[in-house]
Design a protein around this ligand. Sequence first.
Ligand SMILES: Nc1ncnc2c1ncn2[C@@H]1O[C@H](COP(=O)(O)OP(=O)(O)OP(=O)(O)O)[C@@H](O)[C@H]1O
Ligand SMILES: CC(=O)N[C@H]1[C@@H]2OC[C@@H](O2)[C@@H](O)[C@@H]1O[C@H](C)C(=O)O
Length: 369
Amino acid sequence: MLKPGPAWAVGAMSGTSLDGVDAALVLTDGERILDFGRTDYRAYSDEERSALRAALGCWPGDPGVDEAAEVVETAHAELLSSLLDAALVGFHGQTLAHDPDGRMGPRRTHQAGSGEVLAEVLGRPVVWDFRSTDVEMGGQGAPLAPFFHFACAKWAGLSAPVAFLNLGGVGNVTWVDPRQPGPEAVGAVLAFDTGPANAPINDLVRARLGMDCDEGGALAASGTADEQIVEHFLSHRFFHRIPPKSLDRNDFHDLLEAVRDLSDADAAATLTACAAAAVARGFEHFPDYPRALYVTGGGRLNEALMVALTRRLNCPVAPIEDIGLDGDMLEAQAFAYLAVRVARGLPTSGPTTTGVAGLIGGGRISYPD
Ligand SMILES: Nc1ncnc2c1ncn2[C@@H]1O[C@H](COP(=O)(O)OP(=O)(O)OP(=O)(O)O)[C@@H](O)[C@H]1O
Ligand SMILES: CC(=O)N[C@H]1[C@@H]2OC[C@@H](O2)[C@@H](O)[C@@H]1O[C@H](C)C(=O)O
């Protein structure tokens, strides 16, 4: 078991974009962040990415899932073996399917990769399966970074409500009031997925141009958004739901159909405008307008998306580096922080983050033999 007091933990996240695995060290007592440590990244090979892509939407027992889990475990073992100056590992795994509302069957969520296997290979206790308990208890199982975002706001010395936006495949936002004593306090955080972010843009440029992403947002910047499509997109029932709410990467797959007849540039501009409009719609749920929006995740490097956000919001929009945080590693750091919270028996989600009925601690711990 973890000794009392602060501990170094290494967190690892394999995001919905399927680009690779991020890992980062955090020194924390599970409440405050005391220091940030080394970070590293391991890209998936094309072959590995194909195995993961083939298993998207699949549940344990489905064909291809064991192969995907092996890819995830191998990549994490390779990456984490050089970051073991930590007492504990926080292993998110790769989300293959997420259905917290039971639209396709039983309510469930599926992150590929076994923490038991990793604990054996790495010789460290591994905290994993962070989302299942929350879903079993009636929550959305996501987002889980919000309690960490609260700790980040404290670490950065902020004293007024702000929002953190993660622009990965899907977007998720956390409104934080750092004047509250802790993330569990009433009125401290409100979080939810905003809508699709990079996933449809990537899918578009991959299908039409064979590119991985719209680098810097250059293609979108050269086009014009079709506001009618954006308006229609905002009529989706997801945007009428009161948070908490979460999304599966493929929930908006028909968005590509909507831009089918547009030029490449206009289609990219429209999907970029949709991502920004979804965030602006999300702001309507906040208790107070935030002082600033700090953007993390790969989408902060998409200039057209940052400009679209600035146009639609009434507060400064800045990359999270503006307050000294690392926008490439924030999710990995979140799972290091959450691992220590799990080991300390502290809650990792609650009614205003995942919609679970009360404060709960998710995650299970596997120890090496
Ligand atoms: N220079 C760039 N220009 C434009 N877009 C970029 C750039 N760099 C990254 N991105 C976008 O960000 C995505 C990766 O973001 P990130 O790594 O935050 O996602 P993720 O962690 O996989 O997803 P999620 O947070 O949904 O799990 C890429 O797929 C791409 O769409
Ligand atoms: C089910 C799942 O893996 N969700 C991810 C995904 O990627 C972004 C968004 O969708 C968010 O809900 C979540 O990840 C972050 C790290 C979270 O749980 O806070």
